[in-house]
Design a protein around this ligand. Structure first.
Ligand code: GAR
Length: 210
């Protein structure tokens, strides 16, 4: 089975979706470690409850981002993942660490990339009067949230939405989006070749809509 390491900073509902799909027999992966930059993140407890080794490392102990990432990714590399999944990992990753894992690291982001990279995506979509919003799964490259997109899920923006309501509607679609994207990679159907996503060895002309 594909060996998967998960990086996460918070609640961990996307990790839980991977665990649940694995337990249901819908996802042939081995989750070999969960890594967090926050010792108090609920995702760590979720991991341990699922029998997954969970590790946290505090950035405060490091003078520079590159030094923190060297230590974090040494721990990640130690579990020998085929794939690294950023699932609510809220810290920038230094380009050296990204480059060492190019084509083997994906991220789920709560917007229809290339719209709204970065933070506060739901509030920014609302402020712009967007009528559609969603989430994307993409390969990670050094530029923030700019890597080639594998798949997206779209939701409508409704007239009475606030950021909390909109983020709930998006999150409800994120879990299947992430599970199905990881399944495509585990099945060897999706990969990244020279910065381009391929489906069944052919270039993907547009993100999958899941
Ligand atoms: C998810 O909405 C994910 O898309 C977002 O954080 C949330 C994590 O939820 N990620 C980012 O904003 C990355 N910049 P979870 O901890 O319940 O999986």
């Amino acid at each position: 089975a594909l060996r998967v390491a998960v990086l996460a900073s918070g609640r961990g509902s996307n990790l839980q979706a991977l665990v649940d799909a694995r337990d249901a027999g819908d996802l042939a992966i081995d989750i070999v470690g969960v890594f967090s930059d926050r010792a108090e993140a609920p995702v760590l407890e979720r991991a341990r409850r699922a029998g997954i080794r969970a590790t946290s490392l505090a950035p405060a102990g490091f003078a520079r981002r590159a030094a923190f990432d060297a230590a974090l990714f040494a721990a990640v590399d130690h579990v020998q993942p085929h794939l690294i999944v950023c699932a609510g990992y809220m810290r920038l990753i230094s380009s050296a660490a990204v480059r060492r894992h190019l084509g083997r690291m994906i991220n789920i982001h709560p917007s229809l990339l290339p719209q709204y990279p970065g933070l506060d995506t739901h509030a920014r979509a609302l402020a712009d009067g967007a009528t559609e919003h969603g989430a994307s799964v993409h390969f990670v490259i050094p530029a923030l949230d700019a890597g080639p997109v594998i798949a997206q899920a779209r939701v409508p923006v409704l007239p009475d939405d606030d950021a909390a309501a909109l983020s709930q509607r998006v999150l409800a679609r994120e879990h299947a989006l992430l599970v199905r994207s990881v399944a495509l990679i585990a099945d060897g159907r999706i990969d990244c070749d020279g910065g381009h996503v391929r489906l069944d060895r052919s270039p993907l002309s547009a993100p999958l809509q899941l």
